[in-house]
Write a new protein. Structure first.
Length: 101
């Protein structure tokens, strides 16, 4: 939450899936936009999150799940495919947020 609060103070817009959005809002983060990783069938390029990455609406992805499940993997893969920064370590996320402020 420290990183998300620092990014919010710095004026960054925060987006997440619906489950994470609820957690962020409960922690006091305002105006969290919900963007789901919801591919139609097995076409990951049809996902709202992938479309937002491709259209440059998402500039940075932070994934703390550590999950090897298919959907988090596809999200990380799309992040790399569309040449966006990916942070998967909480310490790095906090430092990046603090220097962005």
């Amino acid at each position: 939450m420290t990183a998300a609060k620092a990014w919010e103070r710095a004026g960054y817009k925060i987006a997440s899936g619906s489950a994470c959005a609820k957690i962020l809002q409960a922690a006091g983060i305002k105006d969290v936009k919900t963007i789901e990783h919801n591919p139609k069938d097995s076409n990951r390029l049809s996902s709202d999150m992938v479309v937002a990455l491709r259209d440059h609406s998402i500039k940075l992805v932070v994934d703390m799940s550590g999950s090897s499940a298919e959907l988090p993997y596809m999200m990380r893969r799309a992040t790399i495919d569309f040449d966006k920064p990916l942070v998967t370590n909480i310490e790095q996320a906090v430092v990046l947020a603090e220097v962005s402020h």
